[in-house]
Write a new protein. Structure first.
Lengths: 264, 284, 365
């Protein structure tokens, strides 16, 4: 029995370590003073007010949202069709293409970002939304492709054969059978991609300018200039929003499934 | 009627993305061989000088630093993640499982900046940790966490953990619990069951988790930038310094090439070691 | 549903299928007649599914041709072949309910909604599934899923019905029941049917003709009775039912009578077998089924008697299978009614067996 207790004590300590930054951020965000202090000496919403009205953050949030929606949707389309090719077809250069498209997982984001900065300069797309979206598509594509790939592997190829046997043309098989069966994987992949794009920092720092900066970049610039807890308020809002989205995703899609943790 | 009717329409976008990505990487490679013209964003002709420059101690140190910090982070992440992953897979109480998964996965999705900023609040001289320790009386004056390697690792480990937990939980959930029951039935104590059965069976997960976190940490940027504050220099920070402070794009490109090469080289090295390990511990 | 006069013939002509380095099907030729129930029987991996997949168009043959009503269909894509396939796993679409599953093929044919509804209802009725339209397929039992898969395949009025081990996922009782239903369905619809199984009981009881396959090649094509009584070769003889294979024997001919020298001590007498013309001095294989061997008694006149020791009794309810170790031959199995043999011939005791060759299968070696 004491072993169990000890185990759960250890687990709780580790969880405390994992959550303490979030707790401190939320505490700080309600701090009335400019100087951070623990424990907080009062309760105030002034930093939330500042965060929500600060023009840089407002614009950056809008830009980031647009970038995230467009790039995760593009990644969904491209990633889904690519995963379909990988699972169903054999074609020359398949492994090479797979390797290239999944390499952003290993290649540091700042390298990717720097490369797109230089490419943008070359193409006269310097720090435009176009080049930012291109960067984000490259970065989130492996996540979508992976999620769809797993869903595709999990469907019995006989479903598709059976549909063809019943008279469905390849397009009909795809739209009536394959896509409906992988919708949860696509939804999970899209969600992960959108969140990753929204919060991406290292590459975005390179490819954005002050006009086109996304929220994490704007926060970074703020931290370097000011020490007041406005960023704590933004962070607290982001943490809470993330938790809510994850809870919803867990409820509707099952996080264990999206993350492919499944006991048998 | 083609046997692969979707090949072309599905292949074209993927190839397009691959080509754009390769073009971006090619730009870096191209810049790394160009001459830097101080005070100008234009670059000069072909040169190998940039590569000669990386032998300077400061850059060499950044490479070593990156390697050491990544190893340390992967190690501590592994140690701290295993119990959580184990609890996550084996708890039978549904709300505990949901709580564990939410708490351990959320940091993955809040982004580098939020997490790093949060750790600045925790680790600062007047931050949460120092205030607590002073109040309790464990220390009599603030400890410096900021601008130290320890501080950077503390922050890096926390946000590497979600990924490690996912990988380990997957590995643990694939073990048939009958093995553990059989071991216990044969007289093994719980601790022995863990060390002799569970850990060896999850070795592939442990190894791949370690490698993934190692690679992931090599590309950390915001954390060493803000918590290291220029005192803990990783390759990423050196590149940023060259690119944005000195506006020396060619040399920043050279450092990026070095970062890429060292990322791939150390991954290859770890894979090699991992294969050895896996062959030794393989149970099939 | 009246599709009784819609039978189509299927011809498989010298079809070979090679995967990377395995030849899954080798020079198979079969003519399946209109309305015939033809079964492909053979051990696992002998190429049954591959052959069926080629008829359905999921695989392309390496060489040879497949014809329906004499027309080569090799270039017709699966979705235009008009074959109705039932998979071993049923492959019912999990995101659709029962009605939508059965209606799928009709919708692909763009039939008007009213007609689809009527057809689906008729199919449900025929498969005794009325009232299940709205159910999710996951909530159904194995037998119900099986029926839906059948209904889905026949509702499109296929030219040929292809069944790939459709009963193997069912438990024994249900399987027997479904065998009866399949037979009835076939009689009602008159559909040309190719049925795949590795269960010989199923094959013998359902089929008009059975194709025995081994390693991608056809061993024999016959009606069930002929398959059992006149196997074409050793593989078929030992694959269908149980049979004793005696050691190679030399044949001595004297007029209409034959003597087979199994070993120096044992010779058996017999007559000219139905199929082969045997020559004097020829070597032959003799196969004899356990139910044709008897424990020797007064009514046996001394010919074709061999002696051995009882090695085992296996009691199986209606009969007992007895294993006897016969010097010069090896283990011989015989089958006797009830349990009498167990008392009559205790383990280890010596026993005399009558081995008549009247119904034995004698094949040239
Ligand atoms: N897609 C494939 N690639 C390579 N080899 C294959 C493929 N499909 C089948 N084979 C091989 O062809 C042979 C015949 O396989 P097939 O599935 O037709 O056997 P089967 O008679 O249906 O067996 P079972 O009774 O187990 O279903 C086997 O050796 C199999 O390994
Ligand atoms: Mg098969």
């Amino acid at each position: 029995m004491w072993r169990q207790t000890l185990f759960w004590v250890i687990v709780s300590c580790i969880l405390f370590y994992m959550t303490i930054p979030a707790i401190v951020v939320v505490m700080t965000s309600f701090n009335p003073g400019e100087i951070l202090s623990f424990p907080p000496n009062g309760f105030s919403l002034r930093w939330y007010e500042k965060a929500l009205t600060y023009p840089d953050f407002r614009i950056a949030f809008r830009t980031g949202l647009i970038v995230a929606l467009i790039s995760s949707t593009l990644a969904l389309v491209i990633g889904t069709s690519f995963a379909f090719l990988v699972v169903r077809y054999v074609f020359p250069g398949k492994n090479l293409l797979e390797g290239i498209l999944s390499s952003p997982l290993i290649i540091p984001h700042f390298t990717t970002g720097f490369g797109f900065l230089l490419l943008g300069a070359h193409l006269n797309l310097n720090q435009t939304l176009t080049i930012i979206i291109m960067t984000h598509v490259v970065l989130v594509l492996p996540f979508v492709a992976r999620a769809v790939y797993v869903s595709l592997l999990n469907i019995d190829p006989n479903f598709e054969r059976s549909a063809a046997n019943l008279g469905a043309s390849p397009f009909m098989v795809l739209s009536r059978i394959t896509v409906p069966l992988i919708i949860p994987g696509m939804a999970g992949g899209w969600l992960v991609a959108a969140i990753l794009s929204l919060t991406e920092f290292s590459a975005s720092l390179y490819v954005t300018a002050s006009r086109t900066q996304t929220l994490p970049v704007a926060m970074y610039n703020y931290i370097r200039e000011y020490t007041d807890p406005t960023v704590a308020a933004v962070s607290a809002l982001l943490i809470i929003a993330t938790m809510l989205i994850l809870m919803l995703a867990n409820h509707f899609l099952g996080l264990r499934k999206i993350l492919a943790i499944d006991s048998h | 009627m083609s046997k692969r009717p979707f090949l072309i329409p599905f292949l074209v976008p993927a190839i397009l993305v691959a080509v754009i990505f390769l073009a971006a990487l090619a730009e870096i490679l191209q810049y790394s061989f160009r001459e830097f013209i101080p005070g100008s964003l234009d670059v000069g002709g072909f040169t190998l000088d940039n590569f000669a420059r990386i032998y300077r101690p400061v850059y060499f140190k950044a490479v070593v630093n990156t390697f050491v910090l990544s190893l340390a982070t992967a190690f501590f992440t592994l140690i701290l993640s295993y119990p959580i992953a184990f609890a996550l897979v084996r708890t039978k109480v549904e709300w505990v499982r949901t709580l564990l998964i939410l708490l351990s996965i959320t940091p993955l999705f809040t982004g580098e900046i939020v997490r790093t900023y949060a750790w600045m609040l925790v680790l600062g001289t007047n931050g949460f940790l120092n205030t607590m320790l002073l109040d309790i009386g464990i220390i009599s004056e603030p400890v410096t966490f900021m601008y130290t390697r320890a501080g950077v690792v503390i922050a890096l480990v926390q946000f590497a953990m979600p990924v490690m937990i996912i990988i380990l939980a997957t590995a643990i959930s694939h073990i048939n619990t009958d093995y553990e029951k059989a071991a216990a039935n044969l007289g093994a104590r719980p601790w022995t069951v863990i060390t002799r059965v569970v850990i060896p069976l999850t070795m592939p997960g442990i190894i791949s988790g370690f490698i993934v976190i190692f690679a992931w940490t090599m590309s950390a940027f915001a954390t060493p930038q803000l918590i290291g504050g220029g005192k803990v220099l990783m390759i990423s920070n050196a590149i940023y310094l060259q690119g944005f402070s000195a506006l020396n794009f060619p040399f920043a490109a050279t450092l990026s090439v070095i970062a890429l090469i060292s990322a791939f080289a150390s991954l290859a090295l770890m894979k090699l070691i991992a294969n050895r390990l896996e062959r030794q511990t393989a149970i099939h | 549903m009246n599709i009784s006069n819609s039978g189509h013939s299927v011809d498989i002509v010298e079809v070979t299928k090679t995967f990377a380095n395995v030849t899954a099907v080798h020079k198979v030729s079969l003519n399946i007649r209109k309305g015939e129930f033809m079964t492909l029987l053979g051990p696992s991996g002998c190429g049954k599914t591959t052959l069926l997949n080629m008829v359905a168009g999921f695989e392309t043959q390496t060489s040879g041709a497949i014809q329906i009503d004499g027309k080569d269909i090799s270039d017709v894509p699966p979705y235009m072949r008009e074959t109705g396939m039932v998979f071993q796993s049923y492959a019912l679409f999990p995101h659709m309910n029962v009605f939508d599953n059965i209606a799928f093929g009709l919708r692909m044919r763009k039939l008007p909604a009213r007609e689809i509804k009527a057809e689906v209802e008729r199919a449900l009725d025929m498969m005794k599934l009325s009232g299940m339209e709205g159910r999710r397929v996951r909530q159904l039992s194995g037998g119900q899923q099986q029926r839906i898969a059948l209904a889905r395949a026949i509702v499109i009025r296929p030219k040929v019905l292809l069944l790939d081990e459709p009963l193997s996922a069912l438990d024994k009782n249900l399987r027997l029941q479904m065998q009866v239903e399949l037979k009835e369905l076939h009689q009602k619809t008159g559909l040309t049917t190719i049925f795949v199984t590795h269960d010989q009981g199923e094959a013998l009881s359902l089929s008009d003709r059975v194709v025995v396959m081994s390693r991608g090649e056809v061993q024999q094509v016959s009606a069930p009775i002929e398959l059992y009584t006149q196997p074409a070769n050793g593989f078929v003889a030992s694959f269908i039912g149980e049979i004793n294979a005696l050691p190679k024997a030399r044949c001595q001919k004297s007029g209409q009578d034959f003597r087979f020298e199994v070993c120096p001590e044992i010779s058996l007498n017999g007559r000219q077998p139905a199929r082969q013309e045997l020559k004097d001095g020829q070597m032959v294989h003799i196969f004899i089924r356990p139910e044709h061997i008897e424990i020797a008694g007064p009514r046996h006149n001394g010919a074709n008697i061999v002696k051995g020791n009882v090695a085992a009794h296996i009691y199986q309810g209606t009969h007992t299978q007895t294993r006897v170790n016969v010097p010069g031959i090896g283990l011989v199995e015989l089958r006797t009614k009830g349990a009498a043999a167990i008392d009559q011939a205790p383990l280890g005791s010596e026993i005399a067996l009558s081995v008549p060759l009247d119904e034995a299968v004698i094949l040239p070696a």
